[in-house]
Design a protein around this ligand. Structure first.
Ligand SMILES: C[S@@+](CC[C@H](N)C(=O)[O-])C[C@H]1O[C@@H](n2cnc3c(N)ncnc32)[C@H](O)[C@@H]1O
Length: 287
């Protein structure tokens, strides 16, 4: 699903090139590789990685795969109110535009104005109403021109109004207090019986040694009491939370885990077929 920077050259260049340069090279490579697909007759528009990076894989293919997970694992139906937390450039929104019925509805929000502008310009007409909201919230990696903090942000939906919420590759970019608030906000937003599909990097006891010794896709460093980050100067670039702490936030938000956690191969394990890069959790608000 959300493939990231597991390329050996990216890790090898860590001590030589600053992260911003490595990221630019990575995006350039992805953009060059995508040119042939973009030129095919009938190709749907897809954002350039250098405009707003949402990871590797073909944009619309990955969006459709995530939609199938929302249907099969979080019980999404065509008539649902779906909340896209950190919607980026609308990778899943494109697939949802085809899928949702006129009874359904979509709310997506993000902090990065350039990605949202692209999404609003290119999203196709949909049977369901779509609402796209710019969250005026600080993130060292994605939005620096504001002082508002994500730890105090209230999602743009009313209490108990959402059937399915999802956050793909977003908790990997939130500081601990922000992530705790976003889990609480999921708990507030979901209707009883509603579900959330979230991806994260969960640091377990067994993963700590490989992840901090450079066997993961980046070398993680301890960051405060509850997290590890890939870059201490830009902690939101890549952040892993201690699993027990993360699950404590889930419990405090009044949510249950729908087991099992599907562990990804981000921490350096050899991937098995069908395994995602990030860890995947389905959460449920009790009915
Ligand atoms: C790797 S992208 C993933 C985008 C999208 N979820 C997807 O799967 O295509 C991470 C996204 O999280 C957004 N983001 C970062 N901090 C956020 C916050 N506090 N609230 C909402 N979105 C945030 C970024 O702007 C970026 O679009």
């Amino acid at each position: 699903m959300t493939q990231q920077t597991s390329r050996p050259w990216y890790r090898a260049a860590a001590g030589v090139l600053p992260r911003s340069v490595r990221r630019r090279l990575l995006c350039l490579g992805r953009d060059l590789a995508s040119i042939r697909a973009r030129l095919k007759p009938g190709a749907k528009p897809a954002p350039w990685s250098s405009l707003h990076d949402v990871g590797g894989g073909e944009f619309h293919t990955v969006g459709r795969v995530i939609l199938s997970h929302l249907i099969n694992e979080a019980g999404l139906t065509r008539d649902d109110h779906v909340l896209d937390i950190g919607c980026g450039t609308g990778r899943v929104a494109f697939a949802l535009a085809d899928y949702l019925s006129p009874k359904g509805c979509y709310t997506g929000f993000d902090v990065a104005p350039s990605g949202l502008a692209w999404m609003i310009r290119h999203l196709p007409p949909a049977a369901a109403p779509f609402r796209i909201v710019r969250a005026d919230v600080f993130n060292t990696e994605y939005r620096q021109k504001t002082a508002s903090r994500a730890e105090a942000y209230r999602f743009p939906v009313s209490d108990g109004s959402v059937d399915v919420a999802f956050a793909t590759s977003v908790f990997t970019h939130l500081l601990p207090a922000d992530a705790e608030n976003y889990i609480a906000e999921i708990g507030r937003s979901l209707r009883p019986g509603g579900r959330a599909y979230v991806t994260a990097f969960l640091m377990t006891e067994a993963r700590r040694a490989p992840a901090t010794s450079g066997q993961a896709f980046v070398k993680f460093h301890r960051f405060g009491d509850v997290a590890h980050v890939g870059d201490t100067k830009v902690p939101e670039a890549m952040i892993a939370f201690d699993e027990t702490v993360f699950m404590g936030w889930v419990a405090r938000a009044g949510l249950d885990l729908v087991p099992p956690v599907k562990y990804g191969h981000w921490s350096g394990e050899a991937p098995v077929p069908g395994q995602d890069f990030q860890d995947v959790l389905v959460l449920r608000k009790p009915a």
